[in-house]
Each structure stands twice: as C-alpha cells, then as structure tokens.
Ligand binder design. Sequence first.
Ligand SMILES: C[S@@+](CC[C@H](N)C(=O)[O-])C[C@H]1O[C@@H](n2cnc3c(N)ncnc32)[C@H](O)[C@@H]1O
Length: 332
Amino acid sequence: MEKYSKSAINNYNSLFYSSVKDAFLEGQLADFFVKIDAISLAFAKKIEKLIPKDQVRVLELGTGSHFSRWEAIRNEETKKKWEVVLTDFTLNSLPKVIKSTSQFSFKAKKLDVLKPFPKNSVDVVLTTYGFDSVWFPEDIHLERKDGKWYEGRYKFEVSGKRKKMILEALAKGRSLGLFLTDFENISIRKKLFPTDLSQVKYKKQIEEYYPAGDIKINFPGGLLAKVDEAFEKMIAPGGVFITGDMAVNSKKGVIPKNNYMGEVEMKDYMTSGKVAKFKVEDYGLAKKILEKKGYRVELVTVEEFIAKSGQEIPLRVVDHLVMVVKRTSLGG
Ligand SMILES: C[S@@+](CC[C@H](N)C(=O)[O-])C[C@H]1O[C@@H](n2cnc3c(N)ncnc32)[C@H](O)[C@@H]1O
C-alpha cells in the first residue's frame, strides 16, 4: 500500500516534464515569465546593474524548453559579454535550438535541483517557476488550526486500463510512452498529519511571523536551503540569486485571502495548464528568514520589477513576485 509522503508530487511532475512529448507546448504550462519581453529585459537590466563587470556569468535553473527569454535579451544592445548556462533535470526539457553570438555564449546542461549543486563560479543564479514546481525535502505544507500544527502529505490514486503501468511510472518518476490523457486517470490524495514543527529548522521564525490565527502555508524550506547552497558552491563574491515565481508576500497583502491576523491560506498546489502541479510559496517569510541570516533581499511584484527597470508595464499582475538575494558583509 502506497504511503503518504511530502514529495509524492515530484514524481508526478517529473513524469510530465520528462516523458510527455508535448509538455512545453502552448497551453500546457504557464509561460508568463519567458514570453513577455519586458520581463526578460527587466531581468537583463537588473543583472547588468548588479554585476558591474564586463563579463557576466549566469546559470539558470529549470530553464524549460523555451529559448524566448534569452532570445529577447540577446537581441538587445548590451555592452557586456554574457556567458549563460541553461540547465534542467533532463535534456528533454531544455531548448532544442540555442544560438550564441559574439556577445552571448550559451550552453545547455543537465542539473537536477534535488541533487547537491556542483561546484561552479557564476555571478548570477536565475530561475523562474523553478521552486514552485519541485517539492524539496525541506518544503512543507503547514496548516495551523485552533493552535495545533499539521503537515500535508500526498499519495496517488490511479484508475483505468493502464493503471499498473502508470503506478510503476509514478513510483520511479520516469517513464517512456506516457500520454497526456494518462494524467486524467491520476488523482492526488492528501492527508494532514499532526506535527509539532520540531523537525523544521525555522520553527521559531515561522511562529514569530505567524503568531496567531489559522493558517495554511507552503513553507519554502527548499528555497532557503538552495539559496545557502548556491552561495556556498556556485555564486562568486558580489553575485546574486534571483527567483521569480507566483508567490505570496502575506504581510504586504499580496495574497488572495489575506486577513493576516485571522487567516492566511495557500492551497497545497495548483495546476498549470492541464497537468503540471505547482505550489504558491510564502516569499514574505523567506525574505524575513534570509535577512535574519545576513542576506540582503529585495522582494517586489513583477509589475514593480518592470517599472523599476524603466519600462512600461505591459500587463497587470500582482501575484507574481521577483526576489533578488545578495550576500552582505554579515554573511548569509
Ligand atoms: C514550470 S516549468 C518553468 C520553466 C521556465 N523556467 C519558465 O519560467 O517558464 C518548471 C521547470 O522545472 C524543471 N524541473 C522539474 N524538476 C526539476 C528538477 N528536479 N531539477 C531541475 N529542474 C526541474 C522542469 O523540467 C521545468 O522546465
């Protein structure tokens, strides 16, 4: 009998991203961050400003198969040379065609964010929709009701003729020959388990941030761990970590349901397109914790991010945030 686990949804997502031929086609995933040129150019301008060097080295996590962001950046005038490494957990999910120029050199590599980062030396680690798609061991869906804490865990229920094959594929997180329609036969079951948070490294900070009331939050423990690891192993002095995602800054009210002292609610996960699952994480809390650890953190909505880059805002969007993390002399 399959057990409930925190990470079950990873296998479901991995199956989709690595095995389904049309995963990245129009309509299958939100492509907001890679398709809107003003956002791409805002990333480029931010990076040019933060890294005052003639040559900037960028490593992107969970790139996906679209090259459109980099095409938009590459087509802009730039004084710098860019060395960009695009990564994803399978070569299947990376762009098929990438074109370097004299100013821009691009490479594509396999990098699984669930594994330890390799040693590297880059100025920028960048990702969009990267952390919401992966359930890291440190991530946790937490609910507090009447003063008691619970954590969410998940398992699958599969129906239909191909049940055995689908269950096997789900157990491995990889398969060949899966169709989009197979996912219609998979449902995710959730169960809440009582917890005292004692296994959560940032228990104190979570309780300080949310001192009272009923809450349902996706705690971004994985993001916090990976930021530390990226600065330890990959980001050169003066470098930055940038993540863009659909996320929540509950204290600033950027959340659908946000009477902070009373109720804060983030769904366990939502669906992008028809299949892929993603979680909306608490970036406001992540910022607070990172700042306590000695990082300098800028957290803005995508609209603010574009406006700050000096461009017109082409669309209204308040639920997508960009977080820029730098090390300070206090450490991190
Ligand atoms: C929602 S897509 C985002 C794609 C693109 N960055 C964007 O902004 O549209 C999530 C990406 O994470 C990748 N991914 C899933 N699991 C991963 C893992 N364990 N390590 C690295 N990337 C992973 C997927 O292949 C996919 O490209």
